[in-house]
Ligand binder design. Structure first.
Ligand code: IPE
Ligand code: IPE
Ligand code: MG
Length: 250
């Protein structure tokens, strides 16, 4: 397939084991505000630079054969920010989708979302639906954008859906196993993340994928999100490939 992504990273695939590519990588894209502050710019400039950084990450992930990339873009707690910043983030999202969706589609990328999308502004919801609709037939990299996402909110919404199925006798309570509960979450069709990356030197989950990260490998960097490149993604994957995942065994 011809790759038309405008690329920054030349991939040195000799550094990674192609047989051990993580199936699902989740990223907490943090540090846009501090990136801007360091340059004496308004925070929104950092968000814009953060969106720019995405292109290299998506193309690198796509090229090395990652199947799922889940990106924390807006949390249920991010509504607590000043309303100008919230609007700027929503507008950036819409602008990003409008501008990039065709190129993503040409590169066989499938756009999905997780989170409480009904709680997003209508104009954003529309653009999200367009992107999903356009790319739904693609079987390359799935980019799952977490919007109005909170792990606790997702679990509660899952419990409500489960409760409905229990009341309607679509499921017996005796059959409730962890994998059954997983199917009530927004990530129902996605395997748990193998690798979680957080930028900006923070070492916390901030309500991201609480249920799904039970056995995920974590990787942190001090770099702010706008400075994160495909090469950094390769570094994280290399590191991941040297981990021994025991899942409680020996
Ligand atoms: C991450 O960068 C982007 C979002 C949360 C939307 P921040 O905006 O959190 O940047 P910092 O953490 O304040 O530097
Ligand atoms: C997590 O970053 C949310 C996103 C990256 C979208 P935050 O910046 O909101 O997290 P805290 O407040 O530092 O924990
Ligand atoms: Mg932050």
């Amino acid at each position: 397939m011809m790759n038309i992504f405008k690329k920054k990273t030349i991939i040195d695939s000799s550094k990674i084991d192609n047989n051990k590519i993580p199936n699902h990588i989740a990223i907490i894209m943090d540090g846009n505000g501090r990136w801007a502050k360091k340059r004496k710019l308004p925070r929104t400039f950092g968000h814009r630079a953060g969106v720019e950084a995405l292109r290299d990450i998506i193309s690198t992930a796509s090229e090395i054969g990652v199947k799922n990339l889940t990106l924390y873009a807006f949390s249920t707690e991010n509504w607590n920010r000043p309303k100008e910043e919230v609007s700027a983030l929503m507008e950036l999202l819409v602008e990003y989708l409008k501008k990039e969706v065709e190129e993503l589609n040409k590169n066989n990328v499938k756009i999905n979302t997780i989170g409480d999308i009904e709680g997003m502004p209508d104009y954003a919801g529309e653009e999200i639906n367009n992107a999903k609709e356009l790319t739904k037939g693609n079987d390359g990299l799935a980019v799952n954008i977490a919007l109005n996402y909170g792990g606790r909110n997702e679990i509660i919404r899952g419990i409500k859906k489960l409760h409905k199925d229990l009341v309607e006798n679509k499921i017996n309570v005796e059959d409730l196993q962890p994998n059954v509960f997983s199917s009530y979450l927004d990530t129902a069709n996605i395997s748990d993340p193998d690798l979680l990356i957080r930028t900006s030197g923070e070492y916390r989950l901030s309500n991201f994928l609480l249920w799904q990260c039970a056995y995920t490998e974590f990787w942190f960097t001090d770099k702010y999100w706008p400075d994160f490149t495909g090469q950094d993604l390769i570094l994280a994957i290399q590191d991941y490939q040297n981990r021994i995942r025991r899942y409680g065994g020996i």
